[in-house]
Write a protein that binds this ligand. Structure first.
Ligand code: PLP
Length: 403
């Protein structure tokens, strides 16, 4: 069986995790600090706070901005539940918008969804393909949009407009006009979950890139406290001689990354651009070249003059098929011992979000993308022989079903 997305666990990772374990410091400490610095250096934004997941990172930023009951946050209908659940956790309303054929949220749909209750837009770089950031950044700065914005906290007052909080769970290393995700908008949050391009088993990173007059280092210092029970000193600083006294300035959260996780991340990040991402691109190129020969195959765009993907997920669509036919094709691919997946079931189709009154009929492009989509395996250890097995399995299964 060819698996879908196992992590790359080699001797280097094992050694560094063991080093962290035997260093005597296993929770947040020097390795996490170093990983934060390396991420900042990597993407070029202003400061990075590592967290125990992308979800908690997104939620922390929504709470930092003061998002609460009565507020609205615009989010694509086509995403993983994490992007919308964090909005619900703040008591606010996720306002779904439809997608483009590139799977990302439609700017036209965003424009129509903005109201005086909108506090944040939460775009998702689906499969590692950056959203239209110039259009989004310009939109929130337009005078007519700013006029709508109602400031209720100091942070909202300071920004004076809708915040763009990018769910960059898939898109570390992706570029837009040559710049990496992390610097493309106000705040971007990476995920280091086990299936993501870089993994720490579980983990996330908040990339702060707030405009003036925000002091991103000061925001980092505050978020660090907020992510650790509102305690003014973390365990590592408290452990230094005579430095035991602390204060609690608010009822904060417990969202910190550990040094054991950071040990994995440091190894992964160091070899990411020169090795890991090159391999992912090779897999994308192989699938794309082999499958685009077939009329039924709609292969994803992953490079153009403006954007380059991080090659997170290869979202193949089959032309002119129904959801039922797609499901049949997936069954047949699995019977050929290849694991595939669907990214994602649009949220209005799930029980919770449909019970909130969302209807999939209002998101026709998201539904069309979903109903014809099959995600193929992409991971470091997938070799050329296996890539060919995947391609054969897809071709045979599709032709079995659409005959
Ligand atoms: C994985 C994922 C997340 C959540 O990441 P965690 O680190 O698991 O919290 C958020 N958004 C999208 C689109 C994802 O795929």
């Amino acid at each position: 069986m060819i698996s879908f997305s196992p992590p790359r666990i080699d001797q280097k990772i094992l050694d560094e995790v063991c080093n962290a374990l035997s260093s005597g410091w296993i929770t947040t400490g020097p390795r996490t600090k170093l990983f934060e610095e390396k991420i900042t250096e990597y993407a070029g934004h202003k400061a990075t706070l590592c967290t125990n997941s992308c979800s908690t990172g997104l939620e922390l930023m929504l709470k930092w901005f003061g998002v609460k009951k009565g507020d609205e946050v615009i989010v694509p209908a086509y995403t993983y539940a994490a992007s919308a659940n964090v909005i619900v956790h703040c008591g606010a309303k996720p306002v779904f918008v439809d997608s483009n054929s590139d799977f990302n949220l439609s700017i036209e749909a965003v424009k129509k969804a903005i109201t005086s209750k909108t506090k944040v837009i939460l775009p998702v770089d689906l499969a590692g393909w950056p959203c239209d950031y110039d259009e989004l950044n310009n939109l929130v700065c337009e005078e007519s949009v700013r006029e709508y914005f109602v400031s209720e906290t100091i942070e909202q007052e300071t920004l004076g407009r809708i915040l763009i909080l990018s769910d960059a769970a898939h898109s570390i290393g992706a570029t837009y006009k040559g710049r990496k995700t992390g610097v493309l908008t106000d705040v971007s949050v990476y995920s280091f979950h086990a299936v993501k391009n870089i993994t720490t088993a579980e983990g996330g990173a908040i990339c702060l890139n707030l405009p003036k007059p925000f002091d991103n280092k000061a925001v980092y210092d505050y978020l660090k406290i907020k992510s650790l029970h509102g305690q003014t000193k973390d365990a590592f600083s408290k452990n230094q001689i005579g430095n035991w006294r602390y204060d609690i300035i608010e009822a904060g959260y417990k969202y910190n990354m550990t040094d054991v996780q950071a040990a994995m991340g440091l190894i992964e990040l160091e070899r990411y651009d020169r090795d890991m991402i090159v391999k992912r691109k090779h897999i994308f190129d192989s699938y794309s070249e082999a499958l685009s020969k077939y009329d039924w195959a709609e292969v994803p765009v992953y490079e153009n003059e403006i954007k380059k993907s991080s090659y997170h997920a290869f979202l193949l669509r089959i032309r002119n098929i129904s959801e039922t036919e797609r499901d049949k094709i997936i069954q047949k691919i699995f019977q050929r011992e290849v694991a595939v997946n669907v990214h994602f079931i649009p949220l209005p189709m799930t029980t919770f979000y449909s019970n909130l009154g969302n209807k999939i009929e209002d998101y026709p492009v998201a539904y069309d993308n979903f109903s014809r989509e099959i995600s193929l395996p992409v991971y470091y250890d997938l070799n050329d022989e296996q890539i060919n097995i995947v391609i054969e399995a897809v071709i045979e299964s599709v032709e079995d079903v659409i005959g």
